[in-house]
Every structure is written in structure tokens, then in C-alpha cells.
Design a protein around this ligand. Structure first.
Ligand SMILES: *Cc1c(COP(=O)(O)O)cnc(C)c1O
Length: 425
């Protein structure tokens, strides 16, 4: 499907039925697969033949949907995971082990921040967090001898900072390591980080890709561009024999294009088993089929809501990269000329103002979710960050009166009227 445009890939990539076969991607609801001889199955275990034997590692439904996402991102291989958290963990842990180090943007999803700063630290993997707006000098200074990866989010959740992908990719490559970009918020419809130098792209498919609040999931896409063999000493897991697979050297046997995903599937999925259920992969695919139609509407609603809030006297501040007054406006125009996403954050007077405002909303529901067809909102101070005092919140850049609103697919006039009555009520 390489020759087709993105919208066509959203609808049709990943699965082409043969004569008389199902038009829709079939859900292969089977834990296991049958073989005629032990020798046939043996070849799968030796990674000598391609095929399926157990759904903890791989399932055909998942692989069809992953292949679609790989085409959408412009990558060479992809896999689905049970969640976005699992995707980011696997992407990092596939190339990092105890004693290694990660350079990460400090402006990332809270769950990923905990994963890297607490859980991976317990595994002996350390990290240096840097501002997405750091200078080139500061960025270069964050690297160590044992740095194995650089990590950032295209548009950070919930801070809505925009990553300078080219700059981070350049620094990563200067130091001989790959750049991993979590592209959840813009989706490949609005940004394709591989085109700007990212090596690995991850997703929480739970968000816009699914888009209907139905299935938790994640994805990892490899650009196929990073030359593991050129940095042999840094990535022994890819460049030296894997004793658990009869001495296979992934980077030699599967090349730049497939080594990363093959290792991630055959080692990490085998041992940790964070696979997406085929049923969820099917739901995800339904979301992907309309992603190119939905994203522009999310952006249109986000832009309209941001502009309305920006002009309202009860609103202290609005963050949305599509506003010309936003510090990320220029960077967003460069990487996302068609707009970024439908998530807007804004600040009301204080915690009580935020609570009262949200209590009066009729269309926007109070949820921890974002990127859904239905508009939803959240006040971090009274929910996700409720253990923090007003002073601590201020210091963390999450003022007590901050509200994050994820604009859905409703008519924008209705959304604005709902916000208006809730602000003025
Ligand atoms: C939600 C989210 C995650 C985590 O994904 P889950 O599917 O909830 O595990 C990771 N990164 C970003 C940017 C997210 O928004």
C-alpha cells in the first residue's frame, strides 16, 4: 500500500482479502495454532519460518492491525501491546538493561514519567530528564557513556508542549543512540515522527486511534533506519547471539528493518506477555478506519474551544499549540501543519472555580480519559494529582485551577455554549 495516501492506508492497509475471504479483518480468537509435524513447529521456535504458535507472543489479527499502523507511520515493522504503558516499557527495555541510562524529555505523560523514574530505576536503568525546550548544549550534556535511548512525546500529555523532533533526533544520532517518540496525541494523521528522524514510534492506541473509549492498547513501530550493527557494543541484545533462540543474532538475521520488533516479540512478549487481545485489535482497527476523518474534526473543535476560552474574562490562561499566542505555535506549525489534537488546557481562578465549572458542564463529562469521540474534562488538582498541595501543584506547573478538556466530535457551537453556561452560570 506504500503508493497510496494516508487516508487510504487508514482504511485498507494491513489486510488484503483473497478471493472469497472475509472483507473485514477476521478476529482469530484462538490461543494456539495447529501443525502437522513437530518439525514444522520446530522451525517456528527456531525463528526459521514465519507463523503462529501461541497468542501470548503473536496473533494474526494483531499483526494485520500492526501492519496498518506501520504503513501509516512509514515504518518497516510494528507490534501491538496490551496498553500504551506496555508499548513504552517494551520500546525502552528492548534496548536497555541494568546499568544503562535514558535521556528523556521531562514533559511527558505522568504514567511514563513514573515508569522511567521509579519502576525502571528499580531495574537499574537510570534517566536524566531535560526540558523539551533545552538548548543544544544542555541536551548534549545529558548524555552519558551508558546512554542507550532518547525519549519524548510529540505533543505531551497533559502539558501540551511540542517536541523539537529534528533537534532531539540529531542529538541522539550524534551520540549513536535511537530517538523514541510517543506519537499518541497527533497520531500519524497529523505528524509522522519518522519523517523528522525518529527511529522508534510508540502509541497509546487507547486514545485517538481507538477514539471511542472502547479498548486499552498500545503499539510500537520501527522506522528500520537505526543501524544496530554500527553500534554493536551498545546493543548486545540485538548484535550478539541470543542463547534463548539457539544463538540467533537479531540484527544480522532480520536486518535493520525487522530486528527490533522481532526481538521485542520473541523475547519480551514471550517472557512478559503484554499482548493486546485480538478482539481489542479488531476494535482498534475500526477506529483506524476513520482516523483521518476524525482527527481534523478534533482539531477544528480544539481550535474553536481554545479561541473561545482565550477571549473569556474568567479564563486566566489557555494552552493550545494552535493558538498564535502559544509558545509552541511555530514548532507545531512546522511538525503539524494540519493541527495537532483536540486537547486544550486552561486555568480558572482556583480549585473551587474549576470544581464549580466542571459541575455545571452538561456535554463534557468528568473523566481521566482523553482523545475520545465524546468531550471529556479533568481538573488534575482534584483527581490525578489530588495528593499535592496548591503550592506543590503550582511548582509542578499544574495550578489548582487548571482544567484539561479533550474536545470530542460534537458540534463545536454546542461545546462552546456548554462551556459558556458553565463559566458564567
Ligand atoms: C495515555 C497515554 C499513555 C499510556 O497509555 P495507556 O494505553 O493508558 O497505557 C502513554 N503516553 C501518552 C502520551 C498517553 O496519553
Amino acid at each position: 500500500m506504500k503508493e497510496y495516501k494516508l487516508g487510504t492506508k487508514c482504511v485498507q492497509a494491513g489486510y488484503t482479502p483473497g478471493n472469497g475471504e472475509p472483507r473485514q479483518i477476521p478476529i482469530i480468537q484462538s490461543t494456539t495454532f495447529k501443525y502437522d509435524t513437530s518439525a514444522d513447529m520446530g522451525r517456528l521456535f527456531d525463528l526459521e519460518a514465519e507463523g503462529y504458535f501461541y497468542t501470548r507472543l503473536q496473533n494474526p489479527t494483531n499483526d494485520m492491525v500492526a501492519a496498518k499502523i506501520a504503513e501509516m507511520e512509514g515504518g518497516t515493522a510494528a507490534m501491538l501491546t496490551s496498553s500504551g504503558q506496555a508499548a513504552n516499557f517494551f520500546a525502552l527495555f528492548n534496548i536497555c538493561q541494568a546499568g544503562d541510562h535514558i535521556v528523556s524529555s521531562a514533559s511527558i505523560y505522568g504514567g511514563t514519567f513514573n515508569l522511567i523514574s521509579v519502576t525502571m530505576a528499580k531495574m537499574g536503568i537510570t534517566a536524566t530528564f531535560i526540558s523539551p525546550d533545552c538548548s543544544t548544549e544542555e541536551l548534549n550534556a545529558a548524555f552519558q557513556e551508558n546512554t542507550k535511548a532518547v525519549f519524548g512525546e510529540t505533543i505531551a500529555n497533559p502539558a501540551l508542549t511540542v517536541l523539537d523532533i529534528e533537534k532531539f533526533a540529531h542529538a541522539a544520532h550524534e551520540h549513536g543512540v535511537p530517538l523514541i517518540v510517543d506519537n499518541t496525541f497527533p497520531t500519524p494523521v497529523n505528524c509522522r515522527p519518522i519523517e523528522w528522524g525518529a527511529d522508534i514510534v510508540t502509541h497509546s492506541t487507547t486514545k485517538y486511534m481507538d477514539g471511542h473509549g472502547s479498548a486499552v492498547g498500545g503499539a510500537i513501530v520501527d522506522s528500520g533506519n537505526f543501524d544496530w550493527m554500527a553500534h554493536k557494543d551498545k546493543y548486545p541484545g540485538l548484535t550478539t547471539p541470543d542463547e534463548s533462540y539457539h544463538g540467533i543474532v537479531y540484527a544480522e538475521k532480520f536486518g535493520k528493518e525487522k530486528a527490533f520488533i522481532t526481538k521485542c516479540t520473541s523475547q519480551l512478549m514471550r517472557d512478559l506477555g503484554c499482548i493486546q487481545s485480538p478482539q481489542n485489535a479488531f476494535y482498534l482497527n475500526l477506529g483506524l478506519e476513520s482516523l483521518h476523518v476524525r482527527m481534523p474534526k478534533h482539531v477544528e473543535n480544539g481550535q474553536a474551544v481554545a479561541e473561545f476560552l482565550n477571549g473569556h474574562p474568567k479564563v486566566k490562561k489557555v494552552s493550545y499549540p494552535g493558538l498564535p499566542t502559544d509558545p509552541y505555535y511555530e514548532r507545531s506549525k512546522k511538525y503539524m501543519p494540519g493541527g495537532g489534537c483536540g486537547v486544550v488546557s486552561f486555568e480558572l481562578e482556583d480549585r473551587k472555580a474549576a470544581e464549580d465549572f466542571m459541575g455545571r458542564l452538561k456535554l463534557a463529562a468528568i473523566e481521566t480519559h482523553v482523545a475520545d469521540a465524546r468531550t471529556c474534562c479533568l481538573n488534575p488538582a482534584t483527581s490525578t494529582h489530588r495528593q499535592m498541595s496548591d503550592e506543590q501543584l503550582q511548582a509542578a506547573g499544574i495550578p489548582a485551577g487548571l482544567v484539561r478538556i479533550s474536545c470530542g466530535l460534537e458540534d463545536k457551537e454546542d461545546l462552546i455554549n456548554d462551556l459558556k453556561q458553565a463559566l458564567e452560570g
